[in-house]
Design a protein around this ligand. Structure first.
Ligand code: NAP
Length: 320
């Protein structure tokens, strides 16, 4: 039975990945922070408590879990939060990858395969649209800089002979997306407004363009990366860009509201300090090498999130 160690196992992607691997007969070990998590802990995961900021975490965890594959998905995952806490971001989103790859490399012949989550944000300042694996790395946020470090570390350990792949992930969503992200802010806000007469939505830059996909599809891509013949960098994206305004309109439409403008206020304090051009990915390499294609388009993703939030509101007391 293959064994996986998943960091960030309580997060959106980690929880879908754990479900997927367990269903296929893998043993899944997961890193979980001590205390309550707002995330999803999938039954059947063997829990290891720890924090990515711990210097000796992976020297302890790798021998304990003895994985064939490590999926490194944990870390601070919000661009906005990274501006508030750049030092923590550098440590848990950047340096933790170095500690993981260093500990894995030190195992020599027993070094597991590793798939690390990087981000489209590494290309935010590139000026190139769409972006692919050859696009110059040019982050414009502390989060993007930490993910650029993660991407460079994957390349470094790969050059040193290790099976390390980097998933350069574009935005991907689901009903498990934390509500601190704009997409869940929108779908939760729409559900509350429609069913409870909740307040108008306060949003930042409605013109920002992102490439939004369906989270379980992105987990599928990372799973395929772990099983591929060769390691590499893989852009994982739908190839289609939409504005935040498109997302808002689609979310209200999914809830049966078409005059959405009267329910939305723009708040300049919510704009990013730097917001670059469109982040839209070209996933040709993932399609050709991994046989990966996304299964859900933009409208389906938005509708699934709105329907889940409407169901949550209807079912009573507030849930995450
Ligand atoms: P997520 O839902 O925010 O999950 C993050 C996970 O990391 C959670 O399990 C969280 O634990 C854990 N974590 C955070 N800080 C930690 C720490 N100090 N020690 C241990 N665990 C910690 O993120 P996601 O959407 O699943 O994304 C997975 C990965 O892909 C992340 O690395 C993210 O940056 C990257 N990525 C995501 C997207 C996207 O659109 N979703 C796009 C590009 C890249 P708690 O439950 O305790 O908070």
């Amino acid at each position: 039975m293959p064994r996986a160690l998943v960091t960030g196992v309580t997060g959106q992607d980690g929880s879908y990945l754990a479900e997927r691997l367990l269903a296929e007969g893998w043993a899944v070990d997961g890193l979980v922070r001590a205390g309550d998590t707002a995330g999803t802990l999938v039954p059947g995961v063997t829990v290891h408590h720890g924090d990515l900021a711990e210097p000796g975490l992976f020297r302890r965890l790798l021998p304990e879990a003895s994985p064939d594959v490590v999926f490194h998905l944990g870390g601070l995952s919000s661009v906005a939060r990274s501006w508030q806490d750049p030092g923590l971001t550098a440590d848990v989103t950047g340096a933790a990858t170095a500690r993981l790859l260093g500990a894995a490399h030190a195992l020599g012949a027993s070094c597991p395969r590793v798939v690390v989550a990087s981000s489209a944000e590494v290309f935010a300042g590139s000026g190139v649209v769409p972006q692919d694996e050859s696009t110059p790395v040019s982050p414009t946020s502390p989060y993007g800089a930490a993910k650029a470090y993660t991407l460079h570390l994957a390349r470094t350990y790969r050059a040193a002979g290790r099976f390390v792949s980097a998933a350069v992930l574009y935005n991907h969503e689901s009903p498990r997306r934390p509500h601190t992200f704009v997409t869940r802010t929108i779908t939760r806000g729409v559900a509350s407004l429609v069913l409870e007469g909740g307040p108008a939505l306060r949003l930042g830059n409605l013109a920002a363009v992102r490439d939004w996909g369906w989270a379980p599809d992105y987990v599928e891509a990372m799973h395929r990366m772990a099983l591929a013949d060769e390691p590499g960098d893989f852009v994982v994206a739908t190839g289609r860009g939409h504005t935040v305004e498109d997302f808002v309109a689609a979310a209200f439409a999914a809830a049966g509201v078409h005059d959405w403008r009267e329910h939305v206020e723009t708040d300049p304090t919510l704009f990013r300090p730097v917001d670059g051009p469109a982040l839209v990915g070209d996933a040709t390499r993932a399609r050709e090498v991994l046989g990966w294609t996304p299964t859900r388009g933009f409208d389906d993703v938005v509708r699934a999130m709105v329907e889940a939030d409407l169901a949550r509101v209807r079912s009573g007391p507030a849930t995450p």
